[in-house]
Design a protein. Structure first.
Length: 198
């Protein structure tokens, strides 16, 4: 079992609500009970897909996700929902959340516009410190996602590291570090003792 004690303490010190779950199914059940009759936006997240949250929450909420609906319209609509769900590319044990994005919809939604945001984080996203978290986001998560998308980039071909390429197909165009929840927006981190997402 993963020891989330230090990261939970550090996240709480930064102002996040934090909950731990042994499995993704438990986290999904918690979210299903926490939301009813609200508007929910979802960022591009393999973790959310693996947890089956779109189907689960859409039974009793209005859910917008560009992986399930026309992309451009859904990305814009998801930015104005009451609640937003996403994961991270890396979480430092010291409490920093790191995300890389290509279109900006996901990272911008972690910064403004929602009443509450939930970060769903599997144990594979945990890094020892901030520098290690940035390294993971750039050299593990981004190349794997680029390969998944069949991007025409060096990292997609090799899936081994970031080449800081100038390719038109580059998917890592911006990186955001959250040192704490943004003012005026509740943020809850769900730490899940399971490997989820990239």
């Amino acid at each position: 079992m993963t020891d989330f004690t230090a990261v939970e303490k550090n996240l709480k010190a930064r102002g996040y609500e934090v909950r731990q779950f042994a499995t993704g199914a438990e986290a999904a059940a918690y979210l299903d009970a926490a939301m009813d009759g609200v508007t929910v936006g979802i960022g591009g997240s393999a973790t959310v897909r693996e947890l089956g949250l779109y189907e689960l929450l859409a039974r009793h909420n209005t859910v917008t996700w560009h992986w399930e609906q026309p992309a451009e319209e859904a990305r814009r609509s998801a930015m104005t929902t009451e609640v937003y769900l996403t994961s991270v590319n890396a979480l430092a044990e010291t409490g920093e959340l790191v995300n890389i994005d290509g279109t900006g919809n996901r990272v911008s939604s972690t910064l403004f516009g929602h009443r509450k945001i939930y970060f769903l984080i599997g144990r594979n996203k945990l890094a020892a410190d901030y520098d290690s978290a940035v390294w993971r986001a750039r050299n593990v998560a981004a190349p794997q996602r680029a390969r998944q998308l069949q991007a025409k980039t060096p990292c997609a071909e090799r899936a081994d590291r970031c080449y800081d390429c100038k390719s038109p197909g580059r998917i890592c165009r911006g990186m955001v570090t959250l040192w704490g929840p943004m003012a005026g927006m509740e943020a809850e981190v769900l730490l899940i003792d399971q490997e989820l997402g990239l």
